[in-house]
Design a protein around this ligand. Structure first.
Ligand code: MG
Length: 160
């Protein structure tokens, strides 16, 4: 019986005016923000889907349906905490996370240490267990045209 499991997650949200831009729990100054039922923290959503995927537990839409007013404007870090609890209840813990945010603007590099620290704090991990990278899409496709921001995540779980 394997004692490690891997999961991957992907998410994308539309960029619109008059919404905050929240990535990895960090609010970033920008002219546009992400549209969504919750706070639309696309990075945190991708990480949650990777955690659930590692144990074949479905996706975040199943646990926090966008049709449920309960999750309106939800802080995605609270949802992340709930997913982490689910993983723990099943007898697993996170070994490490790696992720990539795809955004043409704003420059995310200065915000990455804060995102890693924030996610690590919520998940009771060390910051070096939480990889966050950022890339542009070289002006190609929807993310490159600044119509949205996407995120990819991989999570490795180990049995406790
Ligand atoms: Mg989402």
């Amino acid at each position: 019986m394997a004692s490690i499991r891997i999961g991957n997650g992907y998410d994308i949200h539309r960029l619109v005016p008059e919404r905050p831009l929240i990535l990895g729990g960090i609010t970033i100054e920008h002219t546009l923000g992400l549209l969504g039922h919750s706070d639309a923290d696309v990075l945190t959503h991708a990480i949650m889907d990777a955690m659930l995927g590692a144990l074949s537990l479905g996706d975040i839409g199943h646990y926090f349906p966008p049709t449920d007013p309960k999750w309106q404007g939800a802080d995605s870090l609270n949802l992340l905490e709930q997913v982490d609890q689910l993983i723990q209840d099943k007898g697993w813990k996170i070994s490490n996370i790696d992720s990539v945010i795809v955004a043409e603007r704003p420059k995310l590099k200065p915000h990455i240490p804060a995102m890693r620290d924030r996610l690590a704090a919520v998940l009771n991990l060390q910051s070096d267990q939480v990889g966050v990278k950022a890339t542009t899409n070289e002006k190609l496709d929807a993310t490159g045209r600044e119509e949205g921001i996407a995120a990819y995540a991989v999570v490795l779980l180990e049995q406790v």
